[in-house]
Write a protein that binds this ligand. Sequence first.
Ligand code: GDP
Length: 474
Amino acid sequence: MLLNRITQSVTRSIEDTIEGIGEALFDPVIRLGVTGLSRAGKTVFITSLVANMLDRGRMPQLKAVSDGRIRSTFLQPHPDHTVPRFAFEDHMAALTAPEPHWPESTRSISTLRLSLKVRPSGLLTGLGGQRTIHLDIIDYPGEWLLDLPLMSQSYEQWSAAALEAARAPSRASQAESWLARLEDCDPAAKLDERTATELAEAFTAYLAASRAAGLSSMAPGRFLMPGDMEGTPALTFAPLPKPAKPGSGSLWRTFESRFESYKRVVVEPFFRNHFAKFDRQIVLIDALGAISDGPPAVEDLRTAMAEILACFRPGQNSWLAPILGRRVDRILFAATKADHLHHTQHARLAAITEALVKDARDRANFRGAKTGALAIASLRATVEQTIERNGRQIDLVRGRLSDNGEDGALFPGNLPENPSHILSPARHGSTEWEGAAYNITRFAPPKLDLRPGEAPPHIRLDRAMEFLIGDKLA
Ligand code: GDP
């Protein structure tokens, strides 16, 4: 009797295990990479997306939602225990607090598994049954993608290019103190850890100052977004001019070896273990921020985007090509924070974004990936208002201003219908917009009075998701 019960329970637990394995093995998983440069809006995007997938009242453009085929959605522990979990609950708490504030931005990689119970569509609907589809959302800094070109460069080549870029007139003020520190040191001298740290710090400060000035293409990516590598020797190096005969143990040789470690222990594992496994990718772009910073910021953003997107179409002899086992077959370029504009300008913002990534996008299309461009707001912080001034209608946006938390209405400026009016001056080195002014002031998150079952308001998150995963839910 007892033996029988034990046998039964063993059999049942074996069945349970097999069922568990079966579920884990056979439930489809969609790996969605979410990237963009720092402050592009990744954290707010994922937070609002997850909230809107859990409570789907504001997602009618996701067809599986409007067809009523998504029966339930729920968060699950992620099976990869080596990557931190995206702090959804903390970020949501920040956005829905009595005095709401923007959540802490992405500093490293994190992930979240959202599982969906979906009824099949079309002819299969009548057959009943439902499938579980796991959506793995992986948040990571776009800066990390800027590291790919380093893989094919030697320390000497990288240093020469970085020094040349820093000596460009447009970077003079940001590079001044790093270059001055560099003048004082002898790359052929024996390594002195204090000098090494000072050089790395001065170089990082230069990258940060360039970033603050609206410039985007700043490798090595981990210098600004160190994740858990902060302060490690793999990040304690900087570009140096090559001395005639750098001896072993010299500053130059040490930095050369740290640069190689950076590639081996930081860059390569990220591409191999994470990037190579994505199915779908959304690239968030703060095009409005760059436009309001001026033409050099737009040109720099364009260059950075081209570098980022090159990762999705590595050449045949690139180091990355063989490990890109799974190909990203849909990429969405989303201009974020569209709530800074009246809706009549959203199509213009999308067109500018499309033009901004055009070269890189054409090449991705060529490789068979479906690409799209949209203007979105992950969290709508404004309402629209039209006023009349001197017989003219002016379209404004109104919200809580970030500076003082007070209500304010702003005219953000009129984006041109033709994107080349933004991109050409940027490409040809203009420093200011001619005959146009853009006033993109930060808004604070709105005070949300969400009823149970309601998620934060957004603009086109549902369209973005239809593009990214709609086919997988059919
Ligand atoms: P990350 O660095 O890419 O993770 O960027 P975040 O998601 O932290 O966003 C950076 C900042 O952009 C936020 O603190 C907000 O000020 C702003 N932001 C992001 N998304 C939106 C949005 O949908 N609407 C508005 N008005 N501001 C946004």
